[in-house]
Write a protein that binds this ligand. Sequence first.
Ligand code: KG4
Ligand code: ZN
Length: 344
Amino acid sequence: MSAQILLAIESSCDETAAAVIDSDLNVLSSVIATQDELHQRFGGVVPEIASRAHLSNILPVIDEALRKSDRKLADLSAIAVMTQPGLVGSLLVGLTAAKSLSLVLDIPLIALNHIHAHLYACQMIADEDLFPAIGLVVSGGHTNLYDCQSATEYELIGSTIDDAAGEAFDKSAAILGLPYPGGPHIARVAQQGDLKAFKFPRTFIKDDRLAFSFSGIKTSLRYTALGQPGAREEPPPLTEQRVADIAASFQEAVVDVLIAKCQQAARAYDRDTLCIGGGVAANQRFRERLAELDASDGINVTIAPMSLCTDNAAMGAIAWELLNKGQISDLDVDVTPGLVRHRQ
Ligand code: KG4
Ligand code: ZN
């Protein structure tokens, strides 16, 4: 029997995306319309602008995904859509499109958790079942640790008490005068910098709790770059080299914390497999350090491929797992903007 195909839709934040994926997890097409330019001058995502852009992008993006996959609407056997977490207005655009297609084509609708899909991106490049595993989703909105019992069962075991790691990258980049989204820019300039030039805080690194905090490092970076408020002396000028040194030192501090918490979670939950997903997983220095961990620590590390780190719809392939378990949504399913938190 030939493979079945599904259309997955992602619109949880500021990317409008659609992908066509077959039941062997082959991605036949993956289309992403970014809104970076629209939000750039505000230094972050403006929810109202994001929803409006999703509205104008959603149908062209779905059309293009079908065209690139050389499939028609009539070929689809299921529709999947990220319904949580995210911006309410943004999520609603994707969900409404998905519901309409499910109703008109009379095919199952599968509601997806965006964070779980980020982790599932690791399974998509694995030769064998990766789970059980510890999962870290590190993005602009989240820094979450999960104990993943299977490809569809994820228990939140740790998260940030303030900023997400990607948010710290974005805000720190803004302080350094780098464009939004800042993560890739920090990573770029850090290549020319000395990662030992400045000592930034590694909050909670020795703490037993599986918790993160990235707001302190951002403040510390601000004082290093722009000077302490009320200080008598001006800070040294922000030359290209100083920006590079600050960026490299900042990046190393964030990576140190992420690595330490992954190791701690693996020990605490007696897991020897680690899955890493989300936009910050695209960071080359983080990937290098994870590869060292894989080689030295007896931990098998799988990092989502670069094309599936930042937001995309192809990671909606997780829908096949849910569909196989009969986890189909009713047409009255709603969005769940907030993350269901665990107790710390
Ligand atoms: O997963 P994602 O696309 O969206 C959310 O679900 O949040 O992640 C976006 C985040 C942004 O904060 C961006 O700055 C960060 O991922 N990011 C990076 C890199 N590429 C993207 N952070 C560090 N290094 C990178 N190379
Ligand atoms: Zn994401």
